[in-house]
Design a protein around this ligand. Structure first.
Ligand code: CA
Length: 226
């Protein structure tokens, strides 16, 4: 999953980004002014936008209005010091999906982010099950036939994305867009490498393979391995 944080308090933005990367395994981009934030939000397929309201150049509500007017459906969580009931109503009525006021609890913030992402992928249950695979996106614990599978951060991020989109063929371009932030250094076969290590861990002792390669199109996880 990939998140955009539009926040002009650089330290707060960094703290949020660190928490999202480390505890939710999200790729994170940061914009520190409204103009850049709007541009980024419109140019990349984010899974979530965390939006401050009082921003240099372009305010958060204006960004939100622009996104929705253009038909952009990205989940938006407003994170702001503006805490009056009137502000909250206005934020939600402008098209935000959630609203949190500063100061805030990081654990609650992260849980709200996960809930918004689950909803985007139409997964109300935090444990995503695909056949005998279970991916708990709250705890990031992966089990196969009840056995825990230890994964590295990028392997987890990739498997979670494929599991959330189970049954659909996911292209390399989509994987790159949704799992890597702007500053990530990717090499040409980075996805193949992660797929290969995931297969070693997931297919051990099984005659089939859980993650199928669809030549020229991408990868898919299905209920029944082949
Ligand atoms: Ca601000």
């Amino acid at each position: 999953m990939r998140v955009l944080i539009v926040e002009d308090e650089a330290r707060l933005a960094r703290n949020i980004a660190k928490a999202l990367r480390e505890t939710a395994s999200y790729a994170v981009d940061i914009s520190t002014d409204g103009e850049d934030g709007r541009h980024q939000a419109l140019s990349n397929p984010y899974d979530l936008v965390v939006l401050d309201l009082m921003l240099p150049k372009v305010g958060g509500l204006e960004i939100l209005r622009d996104l929705r007017r253009r038909g952009n459906r990205v989940p938006v969580l407003i994170l702001t010091a503006r805490d009056s009931a009137q502000d909250i109503v206005q934020g939600l009525d402008t098209g935000s999906d959630d609203y949190m006021t500063k100061p805030f609890d990081m654990g609650e913030f992260l849980a709200r982010c996960r809930a918004l992402v689950r909803r985007t992928y139409d997964r109300p249950d935090p444990v995503v099950r695909v056949g005998e695979l279970a991916v708990d996106i709250s705890s990031r614990v992966v089990t196969l036939r009840g056995r825990p599978i230890p994964l590295r951060a990028m392997e987890y991020r990739l498997l979670e994305y494929l599991a959330l989109r189970a049954g659909q063929v996911v292209s390399r371009a989509e994987i790159l867009e949704h799992l890597y932030d702007f500053n990530a250094e990717t090499f040409s076969n980075v996805i193949e490498v992660h797929i290969s290590t995931l297969r070693k861990k997931l297919d051990a002792g099984s005659p089939g393979t859980l993650i199928q390669t669809i030549r020229g199109l991408g990868y898919v996880i299905r209920e029944t391995p082949v």
